[in-house]
Each structure stands twice: as structure tokens, then as C-alpha cells.
Design a protein around this ligand. Structure first.
Ligand code: ATP
Length: 446
């Protein structure tokens, strides 16, 4: 993980937030390549949800919602973690994570195990961030930053049903920020207090809920595999009955073998009719589906695949990170799926003279209309290749003296390092062809 964190900082993917003020615990900012990578992850999710099917619609609900939302959803009463304080070191820990945490004074021990540790009894701590609406704190109404995007979907069920002309089975998808006042955030962007979720609520006739649960569990696993995650680093873990959330009758986690061990990447839950019934009861609105053909009226059941954009980005980065020996030197390379790579093509003039920059500039301007491209003429060609390898650019186009006469360029492939001479007039088509081809990580072979 340290190598990945340092690459992310060095190449401007992700860095600690508010660094000039000493940082603010477990909060991160995304730099240029981080923004492009996370956007590509979200775009791939939207693609799978919207473009590849016609039974899901999009929504973007507000972060601030009516406080009754969180009463109805159960978050006010149940969205808690057990918290213990240590009277000796004045630190706080999640009581159910003690065996994964280190004592701040004696890191070889867990909190509570050191001679000086003095833990309080566990008490429940609500993870929602509370603030007030209105200009004066005292007279304002208490309101919460949403801890998940899902409830913004349920409260809009009626609106969507009316306008989207859909009937169950159909889904509503949302991507957006969520906030949880985690007691022990950490492991880079794996667990932070502010993060982005990609959630989809799929409303189905009650009798078909189990079938759709199986469908979405398999489909979500497949999504990560198609984007190049190594199959031996991905698994499904069904929850034990005692682990299930209050609303869920069935949950399976898609887990990834992070550098910190197997951990949840995404949860797929069968939420039954819990949410629609709760919101119906608390709001007084009828939230059900009426089938005009059969005359049947029912509250749909919900299957929810809930993923984290930051956690997925971390998994793709961890899976892509590679080091190899090339001509006696260590090459660091991000073997990202080309669809996720922040930059698809780098255009590099071999020399900064002799017409190379002019022709390279021309090629760059032609490509950037459809592809995320970068133009770089600074430093030796070897250094420029290494820089592109580190940010995961799948192809580099090099313009040399032959390019001027023959109108051909060298197309260098990140993974195999193969170089091919390609005509400038067919370059864009060749890159598009490679971009849409199936890609598997060469890390599988090792
Ligand atoms: P965990 O058990 O890791 O706390 P969870 O089961 O509470 O996660 P969900 O409520 O199912 O998580 O949220 C769906 C997804 O949102 C998670 O699978 C994860 O990818 C992401 N997520 C949840 N909490 C965080 C967080 N604090 N930081 C980053 N991502 C998060």
C-alpha cells in the first residue's frame, strides 16, 4: 500500500487534503489524474447501468434531505458503531475492530492489550454528520449530511414512476457524495469520512426478488472482471444471518484482495419492501405500483448493488500497480484497463526541433477531439515513457525524423512494450480498435 500511496502523491492522483495546514484526518483530494481515473470508473458504472440496458434511469438527489428521511430509513436509530475510549492515550476506537487496530502507544499490541491501556465500556455512536439549516445555529433545524445515496432514490420513487414510464422490474441509479463520521477511518481512500457512492435500487415484483438478487450479485462481480480485475483477487462473500442489516434479508459482498486483506468493495442487498413501506408510513404517501393490466397493486421489493467510487478506484489502482525489470532498471507501471486509464494516448516528439514538435502537435490536436491525450516534449524519451507508464497510459505515439517523410509514427504499447509503425492517417482508427478490444491484465500470467 505504501508504494501505491507514494505513486498517487508523486504523480498527482490523490493526496492528503488541506496539506498546507497539516492535513485533516483521512480526507483526500484528487489531483488531475485521480479525477480522470475516478471519472472513468464512474463512467464505466453509468455505462453498465444506463447505456447497456433500458430498464434503469438516473437520478441526482440533494445531499441535504428532510430529517424525517433518516427517521424512516432507520439511520437515526440504527446507523451506529460501537465506540470505546482509552483513558490512557485519549484515543477512540471502533469496539468491533479492535483486533485490526494498533495501540497508539504500543503498536505491536491491539488497543486494550497494553499494560497502560484503560478502555471504557462500548457505547453506540451515530455516524451521521449533523448540521443546521438556516443562518442561526440555535434557531435552525437539525439536518444531516446523507450517509448513503440510496434514500434519495426511495423518496423519489413516486416521481420517477410517474415520469420515467417504467414498471417493475426497473431501477434508479445514482452517483454522489456520502458522509459518515467513521470512528476509525484509514487505509488511504478505503475508508474516509467523505466519499462517493454508486448505488442502484432495482424495484421488482416481490415473487422475483430472490432471482434478481442472484442476477445482480453475479452481474456486479462480472463488471469488475470486465474492467480487468484479476479473478483470483475478487470473491463473493454471502453475509451470515447475524451480520445482516436491519433492512436486509440477503446480502453478498463483492470483496477484493486489497493490500490490507480481503475487504468489501461493494454490497448487494435484498432490501425487501422495507424502505418503501417506511417512507410511505412516515410521509403518508402511497409508494406502490399499480399494474393496470392485471389490476394488481403491490409494494415492490428492492435489490440494491451499492458500490464506492473511491474504494473501486483504489482496487483498480492496487490491481494495476506493477514493477518489472527492464534493461537492468525497475519500471513502475500502472496496468489499468485502457478504458479506465486517465490518459489514453501520449504524443511525444522525439526531438524538440527539426519539425518533430509541429507534426506531433498536429497529431495531438487531431486525436484529442475523441480521446484523452497528452502532449509532452520535455526530457529524454525514456523519461517521458516512464512517466506515462506510471500514470497508466496504454499507448504512446512517437514522432521521429521518418514520420516527416513517410507520415508514420511509432505506436508503443504500455504492457508489452511492443512498438509498431503506424500510418498517421490510420492512427486514430487503430487506437480506437485497440481501445474497444477485450483487455486482460498481463499480471495474470505471473
Ligand atoms: P463497511 O462495512 O466497509 O463500513 P458498509 O457495509 O457500511 O461498508 P455500505 O453501506 O454497504 O458499506 O456502502 C456501500 C459501499 O460504499 C461500500 O461497499 C464501500 O465501497 C462504500 N463505502 C462505505 N463506507 C465508506 C467509507 N467510509 N469510505 C469509502 N467508501 C465507503
Amino acid at each position: 500500500m505504501e508504494k501505491l500511496v507514494s505513486l498517487c502523491k508523486r504523480r498527482g492522483f490523490i493526496f492528503p487534503s488541506s496539506e498546507i495546514y497539516g492535513g485533516i484526518g483521512s480526507t483526500y483530494d484528487y489531483g488531475h489524474y485521480g479525477v480522470l481515473l475516478k471519472s472513468a470508473v464512474k463512467a464505466a458504472w453509468w455505462h453498465a447501468m444506463l447505456q447497456e440496458r433500458d430498464d434503469i434511469v438516473a437520478i441526482d438527489s440533494a445531499i441535504l434531505q428532510h430529517p424525517r428521511t433518516w427517521e424512516a430509513s432507520g439511520h437515526l436509530a440504527n446507523f451506529t458503531d460501537p465506540l470505546v475510549d482509552c483513558r490512557a492515550c485519549k484515543q477512540r476506537f471502533r469496539a468491533d475492530h479492535l483486533d485490526q487496530l494498533a495501540c497508539p502507544r504500543k503498536p505491536s499490541k491491539h488497543p486494550g492489550e497494553g499494560a497502560e491501556c484503560d478502555l471504557t465500556a462500548a457505547r453506540e455512536f451515530n455516524l451521521m454528520f449533523e448540521t443546521t439549516i438556516g443562518p442561526v445555529k440555535e434557531s435552525g433545524a437539525a439536518i444531516f449530511l446523507r450517509p448513503e445515496t440510496a434514500q434519495g432514490i426511495f423518496v423519489n420513487f413516486k416521481n420517477v414512476l410517474q415520469f420515467a414510464r417504467k414498471k417493475p422490474p426497473f431501477g434508479i441509479a445514482q452517483v454522489g457524495k456520502s458522509f459518515r463520521n467513521e470512528i476509525t477511518p484509514g487505509n488511504f481512500v478505503f475508508r474516509t469520512r467523505e466519499f462517493e457512492q454508486m448505488e442502484m435500487e432495482f424495484f421488482v415484483p416481490p415473487a422475483s426478488a430472490a432471482e434478481w438478487f442472484a442476477y445482480w450479485t453475479a452481474a456486479r462481480r462480472e463488471w469488475y472482471l470486465e474492467l480487468g480485475i484479476r479473478p483470483d483477487h475478487l470473491r463473493l462473500r454471502p453475509h451470515e444471518p447475524e451480520e445482516l442489516s436491519h433492512y436486509s434479508s440477503q446480502t453478498s459482498d463483492v470483496e477484493y484482495l486489497f493490500p490490507i486483506g480481503w475487504s468489501e468493495l461493494e454490497g448487494v442487498a435484498n432490501r425487501g419492501d422495507f424502505d418503501l413501506r417506511q417512507h410511505s408510513e412516515f410521509s403518508g404517501e402511497t409508494l406502490e405500483y399499480f399494474d393496470p393490466r392485471s389490476g394488481e397493486r403491490y409494494v415492490p421489493h428492492v435489490i440494491e448493488p451499492a458500490a464506492g467510487a473511491d474504494r473501486a478506484t483504489l482496487a483498480f489502482l492496487a490491481d494495476a500497480y506493477d514493477e518489472e525489470e527492464v534493461e537492468g532498471e525497475t519500471r513502475t507501471v500502472l496496468r489499468l484497463h485502457p478504458r479506465l486509464a486517465p490518459v489514453k494516448v501520449a504524443v511525444l516528439p522525439l526531438l524538440r526541433k527539426d519539425g518533430h514538435p509541429e507534426l506531433a502537435g498536429e497529431i495531438y490536436r487531431a486525436l484529442r477531439g475523441t480521446l484523452t491525450c497528452e502532449y509532452d516534449e520535455g526530457g529524454s524519451i525514456g523519461r517521458r515513457y516512464r512517466r506515462q507508464d506510471e500514470i497508466g497510459t496504454p499507448w504512446c505515439v512517437t514522432v521521429d525524423h521518418e514520420s516527416l517523410g513517410e507520415r508514420t509514427v511509432t505506436l508503443r504499447e504500455r504492457d508489452s512494450l511492443a512498438q509498431q509503425r503506424v500510418g498517421i492517417d490510420v492512427l486514430a482508427a487503430e487506437i480506437e480498435r485497440r481501445l474497444s478490444a477485450t483487455w486482460t491484465t498481463p499480471k495474470l500470467a505471473v
